[in-house]
Design a protein around this ligand. Structure first.
Ligand code: FAD
Length: 280
């Protein structure tokens, strides 16, 4: 799962294993044969398996033939080139969604991020452009979440390699925090990775894996909101978030993870971090 760091991908592998899914890495599938008893999959190095059904999951590609034939220019990964009002190079031809480049709010450049959330916002902007408004697409952060058996896996913003490629000086710090007060029954561990820019302390991204009942999907929206407004990692600690023991801690798990980043980055923090589970 290349959308999150290997440390979190391993947790997914373990979850799949707990549900009797065998994960095979570092094998290239070379052939799929249909035989009387079903399908045979052959790969290298030294891999064979039989199956009733094979799903081939190879990513998303923009379907642009019609627009390209009409003369629309393409850009990143062959997606249609649009400006932030979703206009193509052809007069009166607007485009939005999986077929277009997506403006990245942090990188301030076009990327390819085919997501439903992005498609809806771009579609709205295209509609407004069509009726004469000057609204611009505000940009995507690639915020996403997926459920894998009992786990939810979420991310927003940049990971270390993305940030390095963009010429930044990132630091990613992983920590494990309880989703709510440890003394209250049912507390779950959340694995959180915060990425920030060392020199400026700017928040760059966050990744989160935990039980899907531990508000993972909504928790990733905290750093997503912070990123949208260009906050620092330390600034996350100042956010006035809700708290009651069954749902959280006075410092939310995300805030404790942000404080771990601030400590490791050697930056001064306004907030002193208590031991997990301590306090009222
Ligand atoms: C299995 C799956 C799960 C997903 N889960 C999530 C998720 O959890 N969260 C998330 O944010 N995103 C998710 N996505 C991505 C999301 O669905 C897409 O980003 C979004 O649907 C893109 O919207 P769109 O309007 O650009 O394209 P689409 O939704 O693909 O709509 C394009 C439409 O155009 C029609 N069409 C194509 N060619 C022609 C033609 N020549 N003439 C007329 N009609 C045509 C198609 O039939 C289709 O109805 C998921 C995608 C998949 C495949």
């Amino acid at each position: 799962m290349p959308t999150v760091d290997l440390e979190l991908g391993r947790l997914l592998g373990e979850e799949l294993g707990r549900h009797d899914v065998q994960v095979v890495n570092d094998v290239t599938v070379k052939a799929i044969h249909s035989e009387a008893g079903g399908l045979t999959v052959a790969g290298e190095p030294d891999f064979t398996a039989t199956a009733d059904l094979v799903l081939v999951v190879v990513g998303v590609r923009p379907d642009t033939d019609l627009a390209v034939a009409a003369g629309v220019q393409t850009g990143v990964r062959g997606a249609l080139r649009v400006d932030r009002r979703m206009r193509t190079n052809l007069p009166d031809v607007l485009a939005a969604g999986d077929c277009v480049e997506t403006w990245h709010r942090l990188l301030q450049q076009a990327t390819y991020l085919p997501l439903g959330t992005t498609a809806h916002k771009q579609g709205r902007v295209a509609g407004e452009t069509a009726v004469g408004s000057d609204r611009e697409f505000a940009g995507s952060l690639g915020t996403q979440v997926v459920k894998v058996f009992e786990l939810a896996v979420a991310r927003t913003g940049l990971r270390d390699p993305d940030a390095t490629d963009a010429g930044l000086n990132p630091l990613t710090v992983g920590s494990v925090q309880f989703d709510h007060k440890a003394y209250y029954p049912g507390a779950q561990q959340l694995h959180i990775r915060i990425t920030g820019d060392r020199p400026s302390g700017q928040l760059l991204g966050a990744q989160l894996v935990g039980d899907h009942r531990a508000e993972v999907a909504k928790r990733i929206d905290i750093p997503a909101g912070a990123l949208f407004h260009h906050m620092t990692v330390d600034g996350l600690s100042d956010l006035d978030l809700s708290y009651t023991p069954p749902f959280g801690s006075p410092w939310d798990a995300l805030q404790l993870a942000a404080q771990a980043w601030t400590r490791q980055a050697g930056r001064s923090s306004a907030a002193a971090s208590p031991a997990p589970g301590a306090g009222p």
